[in-house]
Design a protein around this ligand. Structure first.
Ligand code: MN
Length: 721
């Protein structure tokens, strides 16, 4: 393989001692060509960050190098390490993702991009529930767990060097670490990173308490050092006598866990006695239980304190036996017993997936992978059953919450919605009234149509209009039951009353056509008609007319008393369309009529009145068949205050950025785009738009604006979709 550095000798810069340590650490397990690529990533990063310094005064590159070292200790793959070295270059040096992809491969670029995206979202509110949602949002956005691993290592190094920050910043970052990042590390089973993040988070969140507690534990440990040493020896001896080959270590309990215990159980420090713990690591599972028996024989176990996480592992895959024993002088001591494999999983957690498989791996390692795999499955508990964990391990893509998206309200609150949810779902999740009146949304500051599917991390603001109403079309794309049932409920109630109104207008028009004033129809005639039609009320009959179940002309004829003069000479009266009829009047989606167009109304069974343009092929076809019974004269009202969808096309010469310019001109003409479809061939692209327009004049303005774009070779309105 060609070494990219050699092609650019001017990029050869020095390898700092830290970088030296990194390369020494990973060279035993990386392939030589991977190591070479990693080095070139280092040189590239060093050059990109040249002249930048950390707040501590060190050259900036020392930060990504340390982040990579933390990940190297977990024996992660070259892709992760290279991405760690480059994780800040997109944000801080303006290097493009494309360039990283070309130099170091698509996977590295993807990871860097993922980390940069996470850096952009900020956690705001304090509520516990929100913290949990925010953690899920991060995981959902990351998609590849390696992004999270880099982010955690990044946070760990920033926490280690937090001292140089202002105390205000220290507090904010430390809080965020305790609430968000430490629990994620825990959830992913990264025990060491979790503990360290917690300790540092505690130290900078509550500096005074930390100092006091540190002093107290040091003093307490000093006093007990001798006893603790004796206990350690006693445990070792007893395990030896039992014939077990075990590694025993004394373990100081972390300050944060002591602190939490004091807070949760309302204890003073002197009441928290088990500040010392011991860890026993043995060969196999059966030895764990043998060791437990031996230690229970040595010191009396405290009842209710035994936990078998081997039989029932923790959700993050952690396995061990935990027991608290009563040591000499009444000192409680906590012991953890586990196998070497369990110990390894406890330390590296999810990272064990990306461990390099060296040739001398033994069978135990395979078992480890299987177990890691198993608990990965456990992590994904809520997922659809079809997700085969082996498959996604192969692709190194893990979507931890594939069923959900996490989005922000304008106030920074996080809402959880099912995947596939649109802005309409969001609006109904906020409040039914917001859903019923929504007309558009601003997603991350940009105006977006209602059908837009939301992605984790989106900030969504719903735009409402007091006169707006739910549209039946929404039912075709909403994902939540709440939105669906709210829309249905609204439509049922509102549609009936609107249908009654329209039905009355249609019937009156038919009566006038017979030369009869609707006011003069006798109540008896009405009752007779209602009986004959088998409906409950006059309203029901009128609604049926609007829905096309009854023909207005037929009913009008029956309402007119036989023998009375029925003439069809009074001239044709028309129904006036105001655009405010709601869903009883629809505007056809073949020709998209707008005010100014000559229009025709067609009444179809169960669809009610549909307005078409006079030249719409659907109308012309009916005329050919002379089947004009259901055709209605309609005219536009004089003052219509709403917009209507209209369909247009533009054919443009293929050039980058044309679509953006076309949509920008449309926006400048004060119109919104509802939908775009593109059809490409070699030289030209035809874009079809559904736009919102007020009338023909407005549409003409839009076309005038589009004429300024030189790349457009053809454009026009579409009336035969
Ligand atoms: Mn960083």
């Amino acid at each position: 393989m060609q070494n990219p550095i050699l092609n650019h000798p001017d990029e050869l810069t020095e390898i700092t001692p830290e970088a030296e340590l990194l390369f020494n650490e990973v060279s035993p397990y990386l392939k030589p060509e991977d190591l070479a690529l990693l080095k070139s990533a280092y040189f590239f990063g060093q050059k990109a960050h040249a002249g930048q310094f950390r707040k501590s005064g060190e050259p900036y590159i020392s930060h990504p190098v340390t982040v990579a070292r933390i990940l190297g200790e977990l024996r992660l793959d070259m892709v992760t390490l290279a991405a760690a070295l480059l994780h800040d270059v997109v944000e801080d040096t303006g290097i493009q993702k494309q360039e990283i992809s070309e130099r170091f491969g698509f996977s590295v670029a993807e990871l860097v991009d993922g980390v940069s995206k996470l850096d952009k979202i900020r956690f705001q509110t304090k509520a516990d529930m929100q913290a949990e949602n925010f953690r899920k949002m991060l995981l959902a956005m990351a998609q590849d767990v390696r992004v999270i691993l880099i982010k955690l290592a990044d946070r760990l190094h920033n926490m280690r060097t937090l001292e140089v920050m202002s105390s205000e910043k220290q507090h904010r970052i430390a809080q965020e670490t305790l609430e968000i990042y430490a629990p994620i590390a825990h959830r992913l089973g990264l025990e060491n990173i979790y503990q360290e993040l917690q300790e540092l988070g505690f130290r900078f969140s509550y500096p005074t308490r930390y100092k006091v507690l540190l002093k107290a534990t040091r003093a307490a440990r000093g006093n007990r050092r001798e006893i603790v040493g004796k206990i350690l020896e006693a445990i070792k001896l007893r395990l030896q006598e039992t014939g077990l080959d075990a590694t025993v270590t004394g373990r100081e309990k972390h300050l944060y866990s002591i602190y939490k215990k004091m807070v949760e159980k309302h204890l003073s420090f002197s009441d928290v006695l088990d500040i010392y713990g011991f860890r026993v690591v043995v060969r196999d599972v059966s030895s764990c239980y043998v060791a437990l028996g031996a230690l229970h024989g040595l010191y009396k176990p405290i009842p209710g304190k035994f936990k078998d996480y081997i039989a029932i592992p923790k959700q993050n895959g952690y396995q061990s036996l935990h027991s608290t024993l009563l040591g000499p002088y009444g000192l409680p001591i906590e012991v953890q017993i586990r196998t070497y494999e369990m110990h390894h999983i406890a330390e590296t957690g999810v990272a064990s997936h990306w461990l390099y498989k060296s040739k001398d791996i033994d069978a135990g390692m395979n078992e480890l992978h299987m177990k890691a795999n198993q608990w990965m499955k456990g992590l994904l508990e809520t997922l659809n059953d079809s997700s085969d964990s082996l498959e996604f391990l192969e692709h190194l893509k893990v979507d931890l919450f594939p069923g959900e998206v996490y989005v922000f309200t304008p106030q920074g609150k996080i809402l959880t919605l099912p995947r596939g949810s649109t802005t309409v779902d969001f609006a109904y999740a906020v409040h039914t009234d917001v859903g019923n009146c929504c007309v558009a949304a601003r997603i991350n500051g940009e105006i977006s149509p209602l059908r837009t599917r939301l992605r984790s991390g989106d900030r969504v603001e719903i735009i409402t209009a007091p006169a707006a109403k739910p549209n039946p079309v929404w039912l075709s794309y909403v994902a939540t039951g709440r939105a669906r049932s709210s829309i249905r409920y609204f439509l049922r109630t509102i549609q009936y009353s609107e249908s009654v109104k329209l039905g009355e207008r249609l019937l009156n028009q038919a009566l006038y056509a017979f030369g009869v004033n609707p006011e003069t129809v006798e109540p008896a005639q009405w009752e007779k008609l209602i009986r004959e039609c088998g409906v409950k009320s006059r309203e029901a009959l009128l609604a049926d007319i609007a829905l096309g179940k009854q023909l207005a002309a037929v009913l009008a004829k029956r309402l007119v008393v036989p023998g009375e003069s029925v003439s069809n000479t009074s001239g044709k009266s028309s129904i006036t369309i105001l655009g405010t009829e709601g869903m009883t009047v629809r505007f056809a989606r073949c020709c998209y009529p707008i005010p100014g167009d000559g229009i025709v109304g067609l009444i179809k069974k169960d669809q009610g009145l549909v307005i078409h343009t006079q030249d719409c092929p659907a109308v012309v076809k009916i005329k050919d068949h002379k089947n004009m019974d259901n055709q209605l004269d309609v005219v536009w009202g004089a003052e219509i205050d709403r917009t209507f969808p209209v369909s247009i096309f533009t054919t443009v010469v293929n050039k980058s950025g044309v679509l953006a310019r076309v949509t920008a001109e449309i926006a400048k003409a004060d119109s919104n785009v509802d939908d775009i479809t593109l059809e490409n061939d070699k030289d030209y692209t035809t874009m079809r738009f559904i736009l919102q327009t007020r009338d023909r004049q407005h549409l003409a303005q839009i076309f005038r604006r589009l004429k300024h774009i030189g790349e457009i070779v053809k454009m026009g309105r579409i009336k035969n979709q």
